[in-house]
Design a protein around this ligand. Structure first.
Ligand code: ASP
Ligand code: MG
Length: 318
């Protein structure tokens, strides 16, 4: 099915791209996505968050915790990476601005095997947000509120699209369920994210992620070595990851220690560590993938159906 979709809709030049753009599922999901974007934006602005410009090229970007191809351009004699996420930029900007968000285009050149996952695009948008001196628990509460507000808005605005897609949408009962990473793995095995998602009818938080499963920037519990004060949210019905986030390491010596544990170098993150050495305040945040949110709401087989010009791993297209 996916191969056929790719063949008939995307890979074969402009005519195929126009075919994708006239697929009624794509047209419906784009309308739904527009509502989701507007609702999330308004929910954040109403709570005092400032929207800032995206950064797309920088000497500093998210190292991620899984292998991707790593594109950069050379400009003015320096390497500038394409943004994988604005994690450091938001941690820096929030020091002055207090509460921020970005509709952030991210480039993550995932390996070709991700083609069939149904949920990877190598170019996507996340609403990436950060707030100063907030806890993970406050971020969890904020995420539940803004997700539910978006679901309520879609239900009110997009009834025609939902009817066509045969989807029912309503806010979920709060608080959402939560399970620790280690409990989830014990209960469902290594494939716990997928299993947990498949057997759930509401979103589920996975909290307290072990240090090796995350990037160096999420904060370790001061009194529980090896466990982080962070979280993922899993969409129900098998749609898997909705968002990632957590509290951040902010103490210089802790940051250096965490970088070393990943066998990364301070030099790689110099633009950030130099500021941390002078002192930064604690912050927390998360990033919600807009296309994955849309895919879940619309109940679509592949996230490519949520983007007019989808970039599927391993496939070059318009
Ligand atoms: N924006 C981060 C990411 O892309 C998520 C976070 O805020 O931790 O991984
Ligand atoms: Mg991350």
């Amino acid at each position: 099915m996916l191969k056929q979709m790719l063949k008939s809709n995307v890979v074969d030049g402009i005519e195929r791209s126009m075919g994708h753009l006239s697929d009624p599922r794509v047209l419906s999901s784009i309308r739904v996505q527009s509502t989701i974007r507007q609702s999330l934006r308004e929910s954040l602005v109403r709570r005092g968050f400032l929207e800032i410009s995206p950064t797309m090229l920088s000497p500093l970007t998210d190292p991620l915790n899984h292998p991707v191809y790593d594109p950069y351009i050379t400009a003015y004699g320096e390497k500038l990476w394409l943004t994988k996420s604005m994690i450091f930029h938001k941690q820096i900007a929030v020091q002055q601005l207090g509460k921020i968000f970005i509709m952030s285009p991210n480039i993550r050149l995932e390996t070709e095997d991700k083609l069939s996952s149904g949920r990877h695009l190598f170019e996507f948008t996340q609403i990436d947000l950060e707030a100063l001196e907030t806890t993970r628990e406050e971020m969890i509460c904020l995420a539940e509120e803004i997700i539910n507000e978006a679901l309520e808005r879609v239900a009110a605005v997009n009834s025609a699209e939902l009817e066509f897609l045969k989807r029912k949408v309503k806010p979920f009962r709060r608080p959402f369920d939560a399970i620790t990473y280690l409990d989830a793995r014990e209960k469902f095995g290594d494939d716990f994210e997928s299993k947990l998602s498949q057997q759930s009818e509401s979103p589920v938080w996975i909290v307290d992620i072990p240090i090796e499963a995350r990037e160096f920037y999420d904060r370790e519990y001061p009194d529980r070595p090896g466990i982080l004060r962070d979280m993922d949210l899993i969409w129900p019905e098998g749609f898997q990851e909705a968002l990632s986030g957590g509290e951040r390491e902010f103490q210089y010596d802790r940051i250096l220690e965490r970088i070393r544990r990943k066998n990364q170098t301070e030099e790689q993150f110099r633009w950030f560590t130099e500021l941390a050495r002078k002192g930064i305040r604690m912050s927390s945040g998360f990033g919600i993938g807009i296309e994955r949110f849309t895919r879940f709401v619309c109940g679509l087989e592949h996230v490519m159906l949520t983007n007019p010009f989808p970039k599927v791993p391993g496939v070059v297209s318009l």
